[in-house]
Every structure is written in structure tokens, then in C-alpha cells.
Design a protein around this ligand. Structure first.
Ligand code: FES
Length: 69
């Protein structure tokens, strides 16, 4: 199973990444402006990885320990 979106806000990481790069948004900015990460929070480590590396789809679990804030 691929993990490629924030389920709470129905936002695909590929779209979040595009928006974040265009507007030079930090993880906190994304959470504030798009909501992504501000619901259950499970997508936050994926969002951090996405913004850091450009990856938008994940085939394994990523936790806060893997991507500390
Ligand atoms: S999956 Fe992104 S806030 Fe819940």
C-alpha cells in the first residue's frame, strides 16, 4: 500500500509539495495554510520527508522518530 496523501484533508503529497515549493512553505506553513498535518497528525513525518527530499509516495511507515520535527 502506498502512502501518498493526508487522509484528513484529502491532500495528495504531490500537490502539497508543488504548492509548498511555489510558495516556499515550511512544514508549519503547510499545516497552517493547507491543514495538512493539522488533523490526526499521522501524515506529519511523511510531510517532513516530502518537503525535505521531494518524495511524494511511500511504501513504508515513517514515524516522528524517523523524521523529527
Ligand atoms: S492524515 Fe494528515 S492530519 Fe491526519
Amino acid at each position: 500500500m502506498q502512502i501518498d496523501r493526508c487522509v484528513c484533508f484529502h491532500l495528495a503529497f504531490v500537490d502539497v509539495l508543488k504548492d509548498a515549493r511555489e510558495k516556499q512553505l515550511s512544514v508549519e506553513d503547510v499545516e497552517f495554510s493547507l491543514g495538512c498535518g493539522g488533523g490526526c497528525g499521522l501524515c506529519r513525518p511523511y510531510l517532513r520527508r516530502c518537503l525535505r527530499t521531494g518524495e511524494t509516495s511511500f511504501d513504508h511507515i515513517i514515524t516522528d522518530a524517523d523524521e523529527p520535527g
